[in-house]
Write a protein of this length. Structure first.
Length: 733
């Protein structure tokens, strides 16, 4: 009966959203995939986004690569300021600081095959004047006159190349990867004149990864050359090894050459089966379906604001919905974390690309409102890792963990989903996973050491301050779920451990500081000195930025500082103390004083003034961040977009509130930017936010009404939103 109720609820939700979408304007016109693809010397970091074709939460991201060997500075494969395109590969990361994926690169050329064979890296110049990127579609006319067009389904990419009557040749490159990795093995095999299949096995940021492909051509191959390591096979049909490239000629023609590529993480047979998503050769029909998919996903929220606000907002949603990526095949097969094949119950999807250190803060809470029908699949995908791995994901990519970053932030994501009552998630199973993860020693989480000392000693665990603070928050989330389920002993245990942050607070300096295993503070101490991802007590930040990380108990943090006045004074200093350029690193950008919006540890801090009754300062700084550190151009983000987190901060904040504590179901007011926001909710309900705002200077909240009645709190609850109704902000200069 419970399962029937879930299906009915989901069906009602889908029908409701579908009807809403049909009645709304086409909001995809506001999406600009070029946002976050480059810099114009305003920020030290760019968004690291890609402009190519993809569908919501899809397996395939078909996009141009402007570097052959990609590094962390261009982790998405594309840099707006580059002048060459090396081809179009089928998988890309969105906004990360580490590179990976970039699978099955295809480059069109009219040069003869022997000339291409002699060229190590194939590229062609291009101009942005001949480039177009919209939701689900990308096109470029290269300097050699070849026009390339790309679109996608969930698991397939589709290319359309117009060679202008010249030779129709393609390079299919399985070597193309990153500076961080290496190709272990690959295969390409022509099984007939129209079909190329193969696979590649890689090591890189992800420790081990497999991708299989099934490619079809609209015209038969007439000439072919294959390479393998140092061997060349003219007129060959297959190639195995590490240096696998395929050179194909389809003759001269003025008709477009079409290519379809289906991917699978499991097998060539599954890739072939995934091609069911794109059975024909109608490029425009596939493009239109991709467009419809984006409109359907985005249309349950409608905003009224300036044109630029709409572009930033809907492009932000677009970036938030690129991932997590479905990693299960159309038949339900998915790669388990132990590299065996799993099989899903019918109707479920298995997802990966969980950039949790970033996205637990704002993106995942956003999904609970705007994508509730997908949250169960996200949650159950994480739980499957616990079943086979022994702990929940840290940074999961292509089905397995790469252990990047710190904390165990699948915990707040799962706890938040359970406490909000989202369907399809087994609360007891979640509790066993979050508790088990929190008691099991693993990468960057030596809990036996943590239990012994009550903090992470820097001589035993680097990044010790950041890990102690973040694990304290995760423990608070476990305690909340234990309370919710009536598990009193567990609740008390994890609530006590959630206060371990106190053991690293140094009242003399007024900072959270690193201690050694003998209890002594590490000297010398410089709160401006940045850490990276090891070798320093702070992760991608300094002591100033981690000073404010006690979201589970802000009142206790205030008491540590000596009360409201001292807390306010310290916050004021934080937002005005200039950054020391010599002491920061490449993770720091988007500065307002010590506040660095270009990386996640700072994201909640502007909202902390509200806890001491200084809401006008929260309003001032959140307004400043939105208007100075976001725009609708290629440098629209002040740092790595990080799989939807940078965008989600703007989406929340422009509506008017933000989840300081991401698993509390409580959203703190900031400075709403938009005249009106309408969110379509399950069961046909609507939640509306209205303001009388007409200018950027009108950033202060003068008064608030909820459903026509005066509202005195400076936050709204998740339940208030899901009940439907109208929240009105009266704004003033």
């Amino acid at each position: 009966m419970k399962g029937i109720k879930l299906l009915v609820t989901t069906a009602v939700l889908c029908l409701s959203c579908s009807a809403w979408a049909q009645s709304q304007e086409d909001v995809t016109k506001y999406i600009n995939p070029m946002i976050g693809t480059g810099t114009v010397n305003q920020h030290s970091l760019k968004g690291n986004c890609f402009p190519g074709a993809t569908t919501p939460f899809g397996m395939v991201q078909l996009s141009p690569d402007t570097k052959y060997n990609v590094n962390g500075n261009t982790a998405s494969g594309y840099d707006y300021n580059d002048k060459q395109i090396f081809g179009f590969s089928h998988t890309h990361l969105n906004g990360t600081g580490c590179p990976d994926l970039l699978d099955v690169l295809i480059m069109p050329s009219s040069q003869d095959l022997e000339t291409l064979l002699a060229t190590k890296e194939y590229s062609c110049g291009y101009s942005h004047e001949r480039e177009q990127a919209v939701a689900g579609y990308y096109s470029i006319t290269l300097d050699d006159g070849i026009k390339a067009e790309l679109t996608a389904t969930t698991r397939t990419g589709m290319h359309r190349y117009n060679f202008g009557g010249k030779a129709n040749n393609l390079i299919v490159d399985l070597v193309h990867y990153t500076d961080w990795g290496k190709l272990i093995d690959a295969q390409a095999r022509l099984i007939d004149d129209y079909t190329l299949v193969g696979y590649r096995l890689m090591q890189g940021w992800q420790k081990f990864r497999k991708v299989y492909f099934y490619a079809q051509f609209s015209r038969p191959v007439k000439e072919k050359i294959m390479t393998s390591d140092r061997r060349v096979f003219r007129d060959g049909k297959l190639s195995n090894g590490r240096n696998v490239r395929v050179f194909l000629s389809f003759g001269e023609s003025s008709e477009p050459l079409l290519v379809k590529v289906a991917l699978s993480p499991n097998s060539i047979e599954n890739a072939k089966e995934n091609m069911q998503e794109n059975k024909g050769w109608d490029f425009e029909a596939v493009r239109e379906k991709a467009h419809e998919a984006w409109q359907r996903e985005l249309a349950n929220i409608r905003i009224d604001g300036t044109e630029e606000q709409k572009v930033i907002f809907y492009t932000g949603l677009y970036h938030a919905y690129i991932q997590p990526n479905i990693i299960s095949d159309i038949n339900g097969t998915y790669p388990r974390t132990d590299f065996a094949e799993g099989r899903l119950p019918k109707g479920q999807g298995h997802y990966s690309t969980f950039s949790l250190w970033d996205t637990y803060r704002a993106a995942h809470p956003l999904y609970t409102i705007l994508q509730p029908q997908r949250v169960a699949d996200f949650a159950n995908s994480m739980l499957r890792q616990y079943d086979t791995y022994g702990y929940l994901p840290i940074w999961q990519l292509w089905g397995t963990d790469n252990y990047c970053m710190i904390g165990n932030h699948a915990i707040p994501v799962l706890v938040d989903a359970v406490l909000k009552g989202l369907p399809g998630i087994d609360a007891e199973r979640v509790f066993q996973a979050v508790k088990g993860t929190s008691l099991t020693d693993h990468w960057n989480s030596p809990f036996k050491t943590y239990e012994k000392y009550g903090y992470m000693p820097e001589d035993l665990q680097t990044q010790s301050v950041s890990i102690t603070l973040e694990e304290s928050y995760d423990d608070a989330c476990v305690a909340r779920l234990a309370n919710h389920l009536g598990k009193t002993a567990d609740a008390e245990y994890f609530a006590k451990r959630s206060r371990n942050y106190r053991n690293l607070y140094d009242a003399e300096t007024g900072f959270f500081r690193a201690r050694m295993s003998d209890g002594k503070w590490i000297e010398p101490f410089d709160p401006l000195q940045y850490g990276g991802n090891g070798g320093n007590p702070y992760t991608e930040a300094n002591a100033w930025q981690y000073l404010w990380y006690v979201p589970q108990d802000v009142p206790d943090m205030i008491s540590l500082f000596g009360g409201n006045k001292q807390f306010e004074k310290k916050l004021d200093t934080f937002f005005t103390l200039p950054a020391d350029q010599a002491k920061k690193n490449g993770n720091a950008s988007g500065f307002i004083g010590q506040y660095a919006h270009g990386n996640e540890p700072s994201h909640h801090i502007s909202y902390l003034y509200g806890y001491i009754g200084k809401d006008e300062k929260t309003q001032f700084y959140t307004n400043k961040i939105m208007n100075e550190l976001y725009n609708s151009q290629q440098d629209g983000y002040s740092g790595n977009e990080d799989c939807g987190q940078m965008a989600s901060w703007y989406i929340w904040s422009s509506i008017g509130f933000y989840p300081v504590d991401p698993a509390l179901g409580e959203y703190r007011f900031g400075s709403p930017q938009l005249k009106k926001v309408e969110i379509q909710l399950p069961d046909g309900k609507t939640f509306t936010v209205k303001t009388n705002r007409t200018s950027p200077e009108q950033y202060k909240i003068k008064s608030v009404k909820l459903n026509g009645k005066r509202y005195k709190l400076n936050y709204i609850t998740h339940q208030d939103i899901m009940n439907g109704g109208t929240l009105e902000f009266n704004m003033s200069k």
